[in-house]
Design a protein around this ligand. Structure first.
Ligand code: ARG
Length: 243
């Protein structure tokens, strides 16, 4: 009798586990339109819609946690979550630590300043430029523009506030995000030239999973392929990027 009860309980557990796999995502949610906290206090954006579409495809439940950008990869390695989607560039350096899916978005970077204050990137010499800690933008500025002072921020939102208040002279971020800030702040302007150095900004944005988790990487890649073919990807893209 006892044995029978245990067997039944175990069977119940395994059925429940296979029916509802949960994929715990982490992101840094102050980066519209990729991810941000909406009016309802929930994380939303292009990345979130994309992740939800992929989870639907692989029949998993998704959860999203908001974390500091520079803690995303360490937290993934510590198994605090299963995947990272955060406007994250696929770079050779990060690929030493995590596995990425196929690129899901072509990326580039732009400087944003107060209107009519800075003529071009050369004029940023000796000036203060805000970048988020742990980003490709920060590394690029430090390596390629030692003549510019890179000012580190935990969130891009705070760097934009400082730019508006004149505490810094520019912010360096992803093109789609800069375009979003421009829409929201008419006193700001971009410097025009996009930076697309592959050595720093990699081969597009990807979803990161742990190095051993080829299974989840494979599932996401297949699901990405599928939602590109059936038009779901295009619908999500248009919702967030059609200017
Ligand atoms: N694309 C840049 C990188 O991969 C910045 C991403 C910042 N993302 C964010 N959600 N704050 O480093």
């Amino acid at each position: 009798m006892k044995k029978f009860i245990i067997a039944t309980v175990l069977a119940g557990i395994s059925v429940a586990a296979s029916a509802a796999e949960t994929v715990r995502f982490a992101t840094e949610a102050s980066y519209p339109p990729f991810e941000f906290i909406g009016a309802d206090n929930k994380i939303q954006g292009f990345d979130i819609d994309l992740a939800n579409a992929l989870c639907k495809e692989i029949q998993a439940d998704c959860t999203f946690a908001n974390q500091a950008f520079d803690s995303l990869i360490p937290g993934l390695k510590f198994k605090r979550y299963d995947a990272v989607i955060s406007g994250m560039d696929i770079t050779p350096e990060r690929e030493k630590q995590v596995l990425f899916t196929q690129p899901y978005y072509d990326n580039s970077a732009l400087f944003i300043t107060q209107k009519d204050k800075v003529a071009d990137v050369a004029a940023l010499k000796g000036k203060r430029v805000g970048v988020q800690n742990g980003t490709t933008h920060q590394k690029y500025l430090l390596d390629k523009h030692p003549e510019i002072t890179a000012v580190p921020y935990d969130s891009y939102q705070n760097s934009i506030l400082d730019l508006k208040n004149g505490r810094i002279d520019a912010v360096f971020g992803d093109t789609a995000v800069v375009n979003e800030w421009l829409k929201q702040n008419t006193a700001l302007a971009s410097l025009g030239d996009k930076v697309a150095d592959q050595g720093y900004f990699g081969s597009g944005l990807g979803i990161a999973v742990r190095q051993q988790n080829t299974e989840l990487q494979g599932k996401f890649n297949a699901a990405l392929e599928k939602i590109k073919q059936d038009g779901t990807y295009q619908t999500i893209y248009q919702k967030w990027f059609q200017q």
